[in-house]
Design a protein around this ligand. Structure first.
Ligand SMILES: CC(C)(COP(=O)(O)OP(=O)(O)OC[C@H]1O[C@@H](n2cnc3c(N)ncnc32)[C@H](O)[C@@H]1OP(=O)(O)O)[C@@H](O)C(=O)NCCC(=O)NCCS
Length: 143
């Protein structure tokens, strides 16, 4: 499911004229949190684990980035979200994969302890249907 779109500004650019990787990670973390919030009634999610973060292609100032999320595991207190980030060109209507990663988010209570997730089944179903209709996530080339 498409979570958000953002414009990359000059201020987001690192030393090598492309988007600073840490900035991309922060944006992905936020998108994973939004995804968790959309499919549940819980108030707070914290990031437990990030894995397989992979920067496929550099991003430059002026480009529009899109954050797509797929729920790959709906647990008791945790949700695993696969994030795919793409650059969208309104001129050519084309997309290119730029970054992907897996985020495990845990729902927490007021004492910062894990709490059961109160799923919104309809939202989960809708998200799965949207994901199936979207561009297929890119997989890492085997070496
Ligand atoms: C997130 C946190 C509350 C989890 O507490 P915990 O006592 O370790 O949690 P639990 O062992 O009960 O596990 C919670 C969930 O995480 C899952 N989990 C634990 N370790 C895991 C791992 N290595 N990989 C994947 N999932 C894992 C558990 O399976 C469980 O999910 P489930 O209920 O859906 O099965 C705690 O580790 C924490 O506060 N971490 C810091 C979070 C943070 O500050 N993040 C950065 C800023 S947002």
């Amino acid at each position: 499911m498409l979570i958000s779109r953002e414009m990359v500004l000059q201020q987001d650019i690192g030393l090598n004229a492309t988007l600073f990787g840490g900035g991309m990670m922060a944006r992905m973390d936020k998108a994973a949190g939004i995804c968790a919030g959309l499919v549940s009634h819980n108030r707070v999610f914290v990031t437990l684990k990030v894995s397989e973060l992979f920067f496929h292609s550099p991003v430059r100032a002026g480009e529009i980035i899109e954050f797509y999320a797929t729920v790959t595991r709906a647990g008791n207190t945790s949700i695993t979200v696969q994030l795919e980030v793409r650059v969208y060109s309104p001129v050519s209507n084309a997309r290119r994969d730029v970054t992907s990663g897996e985020f495990v988010m845990v729902a927490t209570d007021d004492n910062s302890h894990p709490e059961p997730i109160l799923w919104k089944p309809a939202m989960l179903k809708e998200a799965a249907a949207e994901t199936a209709a979207e561009v297929k996530p890119r997989r890492r080339k085997s070496k």
